[in-house]
Design a protein. Structure first.
Length: 119
């Protein structure tokens, strides 16, 4: 059974930083591309950042580019999202997701972790 478990969310003031973590189990982690999505209150879930299965390629939404950094540790089955210069509009539930290599869709999802940025 595949499980993705996020942690690291919380309340932070604008301009602050948080580091989200996601641990994966039940899959061959190094064969999966990983991503972070986020869903703000009353809005649809949207893409934030992604990293390839080997970690050599990353992609970011324009709204987070230059402030967020995605990384992974395949030895620990972990993916991270370092979030700096946080803004109130970054407030959302952040979800970790996994897709197998060249698959178009993210098949596995975590339950999310809340990030709240106060102004």
């Amino acid at each position: 059974q595949v499980q993705l478990v996020e942690s690291g969310g919380g309340l932070v003031q604008a301009g602050g930083s948080l580091r989200l973590s996601c641990v994966a189990s039940g899959l061959t982690f190094s064969a999966y591309g990983m991503a972070w999505f986020r869903q703000a209150p009353g809005k649809e879930r949207v893409f934030a950042a992604a990293i390839s299965w080997g970690g050599s390629n990353t992609d970011y939404a324009d709204s987070v580019k230059g402030r967020f950094t995605i990384s992974r540790d395949n030895a620990k089955n972990m993916v991270y999202l370092q979030m700096n210069s946080l803004k109130p509009e970054d407030t959302a539930v952040y979800y970790c997701a996994a897709r197998y290599r060249f698959s178009d869709n993210y098949k596995y999802w975590g339950q999310g972790t809340q990030v709240t940025v106060s102004s």
